[in-house]
Design a protein. Sequence first.
Length: 312
Amino acid sequence: MSVAGIGEFGLIDRVTARLTHGAAVLLGPGDDAAVLAAPDARVAASTDVLVEGRHFRRDWSSARDVGHRAAAANLADIAAMGATPTALLVALCMPADLDPAWAEELADGLAAEAGTVGASVAGGDMSASPTLTIAVTALGDLGGLAPVLRSGARPGDVVAVAGRSGYAAAGYTVLSRGFRTPKLLVEAYRRPEVPYAAGPHAARLGATAMIDVSDGLLADLGHVARASGVGIDVRRDAFEVPRQMRDAAQALGVDPYAWILGGGDDHALAATFPPAVALPAPWREVGRVADGAGVTVDGEPYAGPAGWDHFR
């Protein structure tokens, strides 16, 4: 069976039948547009795209895994604004010979990841394409709070991270070398564990700037430094190297800090806070904001890759 065999609307029916909707979705799939509640009168919105061969491989990840990753990449952006995710809109472009079960399992992964924060898959679109592509738009509720921008960091602020760093990048390297273990790292690449609640919590704590770490910690902190007109220094010793990562790095001949400092896809949150703020778990201090420009590590320029660039 293929998606060409059941047709566009047959596949839509099969996928939407698997979806449930939260309270924010007043009207779900089936009409020209979804209708969502927006009690704050403002909506945080973000879009991300995953392309097969560029962002995922079907021999590395199940359809459900890809669904989790696609949802996480977008939901994390909403959390990084200090907002609570409410809904996803998903566009799926696929080859005509794709097994419909793959699309259904993708929908299951998307819905399951969204469900961890009480969000729903509210609608989307489908089209034929020679390249399997998933485009997701996430929407969120600011809950009366001001959005936390990249441009608010000030000299003297503390730099903190919530979530894991380097695990997914290590998992990617392991998979690219033809291995499937350590499981901790491989699963981190397949399904990131995102501290979604830490984003709105940071906003309530008074975070001055925040960003989702998708391309690499140093690269993404570089966006904060540039937007805020400041320098940021990161302490290498603020990051623990877990045993599995240390062992994999030794076996593969990789510096584990290249994963921790330059690897993305864990979708940790990085934020800056006034120094008087007592940071609760899962936030941990990893550096400081200072006068200047750019990002340094232990006071020195970092020689390795700072993160991912789609066009390099």
